[in-house]
Design a protein around this ligand. Structure first.
Ligand code: HEM
Ligand SMILES: *[C@@H]1O[C@H](CO)[C@@H](O)[C@H](O)[C@H]1NC(C)=O
Ligand SMILES: *[C@@H]1O[C@H](CO)[C@@H](O)[C@H](O)[C@H]1NC(C)=O
Ligand SMILES: *[C@@H]1O[C@H](CO)[C@@H](O)[C@H](O)[C@H]1NC(C)=O
Ligand SMILES: *[C@@H]1O[C@H](CO)[C@@H](O)[C@H](O)[C@H]1NC(C)=O
Length: 554
């Protein structure tokens, strides 16, 4: 017995050593195979980035370019093929090439049913969701779009006061209240704290949304998911379950931290549910937070899936939802602030925004703030930040939408994966196999001078002026295009049936946030905008970069 244990123990280093040697070999073989593969795509489709090579050498070169210069390949493909109505293949070393359709075929792309082309599969692959989302995968939808549609978006207006209150408090905590001295702030870090508090205030309410440890864990969970996903993608399928825990260890720790706070709440709610199986004794008011929405939603289904009521699943879905809500909003807000600060019209634009907000927020913000200097009582009557007011902030809305157009954080516009077993035949007649990705690039359309006049310039009020949506709908009197309106020329939230379900919530938060910033602070112009860095199809905002700000007087 002891001897057996001993052999097992002494064998351990040998096994580890063997693994250490075998794993890199498997990886190299796998990556090399990928480098030269044609992904079973028909020869009729041209590849970009092959230079003057043809065949497998061309494909290998293209594959390498996709790592170093994806943007160059996109530009090449767009001018050479898309603009001429042709389909082309964009190599993507990390998880396989994408077939890019010309703009004229977006209609076809949108019409395909989910059992032929699936958008969700692309997201799952891009984020390697099967490995990075932990227990959220015990159910079908790790991100819960229905809860967003049926609960969050519908109830958002009832949170107007809370959001405004949290916005003001968090902004003052991060940017201070000094009206004399300019202060240098790390934009991404401070905005991350602000958006985390805003989201958490809505999802879980007070006092949890002020708990430092909880907030840190929520905003750190799968923040680096793109990196972890890229690392996992490099391994062949069979090895992924083995290596994934290594790359997701940090996230697992963050998730555990979140769940120590969430679990007791979830358990308590589930217990209460059991108790109230009997007729309720005037159950006064049921709580209005994510945990309750998740439980109500699970119970409302004709057939209740017990997994949906598993506390681990609820806690983990909460964490994934927090990630989706926090990261995308903080990135968008950070980009907008840098776009504003670096635009030549910075000061004029900001004062126009200030005037718009001050006007719409009305007498409340001016007459009721001068009475006292204490920070807590200067809050303008916050129900003024309700839906009707926000909808009148058209310039604030445009400043955000314009930033998302110019500096959206994913390159793809609409991207779907072929899931029909027999593959699919494209409008141009080429047949592509199951597993291939097909779509259009939002980045290229957003930067096309033929679609947006002077497309590379940040023009804050572009969408407030131009009621056709900047090339959107061609003539005719139409309602103005707001942040939430997606189109074939505005794909910052994707477009069609699977456009971001969180965009109404996001627009509400972002406008409340930028509105408060414009109302309460000045931003010093900067000569040059720090660049956004590309990481495969993901475009990161400036991290660690600073702006100088000062609280406005009165
Ligand atoms: C400025 C903020 C945001 C931007 C720019 C944004 C953008 C996007 C985009 C482009 C997609 C489609 C991804 C794809 O499949 O290709 C998406 C999906 C999604 N977003 Fe957002 N998003 C934002 C905020 C939010 C918020 C606040 C939430 C949650 C409250 C959210 C939840 C989701 C979910 C659940 C999906 C997946 C939908 C599905 O698979 O059907 N997003 N988002
Ligand atoms: C792709 O490569 C495979 C094997 O390497 C080959 O059998 C197939 O004919 C190629 N397809 C095209 C369209 O070149
Ligand atoms: C590049 O790599 C991907 C995956 O690593 C592979 O599927 C594809 O066939 C390779 N070739 C090109 C030119 O993209
Ligand atoms: C401003 O404050 C005064 C008194 O404090 C109050 O009567 C008035 O309604 C407030 N104005 C708004 C628009 O809330
Ligand atoms: C934008 O979206 C809102 C809300 O979905 C809708 O009411 C409005 O008509 C849309 N505007 C345009 C121009 O499509």
């Amino acid at each position: 017995m002891a001897a057996l244990q001993w052999t097992a123990l002494s064998a351990a280093p040998t096994v580890l050593l063997a693994l250490a040697i075998i794993m890199p070999i498997i990886m190299v073989v796998n990556l090399t195979r990928r480098l030269f593969s044609n992904a079973s795509l028909p020869n009729s489709l041209p590849w970009v980035g092959t230079g003057h090579y043809t065949g497998i050498r061309g494909r290998a070169k293209a594959n390498l370019s996709s790592v170093l210069n994806l943007r160059g390949l996109l530009d090449e493909g767009y001018t050479k093929y898309s603009k001429n109505g042709q389909t082309y293949v964009l190599p993507y070393f990390i998880n396989g090439p994408q077939v890019i359709l010309p703009m004229s075929q977006i209609g076809w792309l949108l019409e395909q049913p989910d059992d032929v082309l699936s958008q969700e599969q692309v997201n799952r692959q891009f984020l390697q969701a099967d490995y990075t989302f932990l227990h959220a995968n015990l159910v079908n939808d790790p991100v819960h779009p229905e809860i967003i549609h049926h609960q969050l978006t519908k109830k958002i207006n009832s949170f107007a006061d809370d959001i405004a209150d949290e916005m003001r408090a968090s902004l003052e905590d991060n940017w201070g209240t000094d009206t004399e001295a300019w202060r240098e702030v790390d934009v991404y870090d401070t905005m991350r704290d602000v958006t985390t508090r805003l989201s958490t205030r809505v999802f879980m309410g007070l006092p949890l949304c002020r708990n430092r440890r909880f907030l840190t864990a929520c905003s750190s969970f799968i923040r680096q998911v793109v990196l972890a996903a890229a690392a996992i993608s490099l391994f062949p399928e069979v090895l992924k379950p083995v290596v994934a825990p290594v790359f997701t260890l940090y996230d697992y720790i963050q998730y555990r931290r979140c769940s120590t706070y969430l679990m007791p709440i979830i358990r308590e709610r589930l217990d209460r549910l059991r108790d109230t199986d009997k007729p309720t004794l005037g159950e006064s008011k049921s709580p209005n937070d994510y945990v309750q929405w998740a439980i109500d939603h699970a119970l409302a289904k004709p057939v209740v899936n017990p997994m949906e009521l598993d506390p681990r699943v609820i806690a983990c879905r909460f964490s994934v939802l927090s990630f989706a809500a926090i990261q995308s909003s903080v990135i968008t807000l950070t980009n907008t602030l840098f776009d504003l600060a670096a635009s030549p019209m910075c000061t004029a634009t900001l004062s126009q925004l200030h005037d718009e907000v001050a006007r719409e927020i009305g007498a409340a913000s001016t007459s009721n703030t001068t009475t006292t200097t204490s920070t807590t009582t200067t809050t303008p009557s916050s129900s003024t930040w309700s839906k009707p007011t926000l909808s009148r902030l058209t310039h604030t809305d445009s400043a955000l939408r314009e930033s998302l157009r110019l500096n959206g954080f994913i390159e793809r516009g609409i991207m779907k994966m072929v899931v029909a077993p027999g593959g699919v035949t494209l409008p141009d007649g080429s047949h592509i196999p199951r597993g291939t990705k097909v779509g259009v690039s939002g980045y290229c359309v957003h930067h096309d001078d033929d679609v947006y006049t002077d497309a590379l310039r940040y023009d804050a009020f572009r969408f407030a002026r131009d009621s056709t949506g900047g090339g959107g709908g061609g003539g005719g009197k139409k309602p103005p295009w707001g942040l939430v309106n997606t189109s074939e020329t505005f794909m910052g939230f994707s477009h069609g049936l699977h456009a971001c379900p969180g965009r109404f919530f996001a627009a509400n938060q972002l406008k409340t946030a930028l509105g408060h910033i414009a109302l309460l602070y000045e931003i010093e112009p900067i000569p040059e905008r720090p660049v956004n860095k590309w990481f495969f199809g993901h475009i990161a905002p400036p991290l660690g970069e600073k702006l100088r700000i000062r609280r406005r007087k009165s």
